[in-house]
Design a protein around this ligand. Structure first.
Ligand code: GAR
Length: 196
């Protein structure tokens, strides 16, 4: 059984999809804790599924590095096999990445290396892209630069707003994230093989 700790910042629809997928007896992964950098609305999903949560707010620490140490110590309390950043809108400090890699993955709403950062969907629209998508990747010290595990393509439709396009991406993204975590749990994906 692969144990997961999921990090979120917002509505947590990816978290919810993972919680629902992990609910059946056949599922090879289980979410043991959820962390957030603020009192995110998505924490409600964890409460509903009776999964423990924690909040680690950067404002309560003297520096980013200190916040990273706080985050790492909370993560370590749970000893998860895999940490999943699913809409966690913070750059994880290098010291934390070094400790957790390669068992630290992120989902991003674009076909990386295109449109990294916090406004990927807006940036794809502004660039006039006709297709975009989502990427699950291993987190490294850069911003959305780590080794790509899987991607899915989503068409940009005429009249798309940032919200509409992001919602369409998230439908594909959630399915892909569940599949990737499932494949890690069943060892079809071996994360060490992506890091060189
Ligand atoms: C997801 O699309 C995720 O890829 C994105 O935030 C959304 C969270 O949705 N993350 C980033 O943009 C990180 N750069 P959710 O809260 O409904 O799961």
């Amino acid at each position: 059984m692969l144990t997961l700790l999921v990090l979120i910042s917002g509505s947590g629809s990816n978290l919810r999809a993972l919680l629902e997928a992990s609910d059946g007896p056949e599922c090879p992964f289980r979410i043991i804790a959820v962390g957030a950098d603020n009192n995110a609305t998505g924490l409600e999903h964890a409460h509903e599924f009776e999964v423990p949560t924690f909040v680690v707010e950067p404002q309560k620490f003297a520096s980013r590095e200190e916040w990273g140490k706080g985050l790492l110590s909370l993560v370590r309390e749970w000893k998860p096999d895999l940490v999943v950043s699913a809409g966690f809108m913070r750059i994880i400090p290098a010291g934390v990445v070094t400790e957790l890699t390669p068992n630290l993955i992120n989902t991003h709403p674009a076909l990386l290396p295109l449109y990294p950062g916090a406004h990927a969907v807006r940036d794809a629209l502004a660039a006039g892209a006709t297709e975009t998508g989502a990427t699950v990747h291993i987190i490294d010290e850069g911003v959305d630069t780590g080794p790509v595990i899987r991607q899915c393509v989503v068409a940009v439709e005429p009249g798309d707003t940032e919200f509409i396009l992001h919602e369409r991406i998230k439908v594909a993204e959630r399915g892909m994230l569940i599949d990737v975590v499932h494949d890690i749990a069943t060892k079809k994906i071996v994360l060490e093989e992506f890091v060189y």
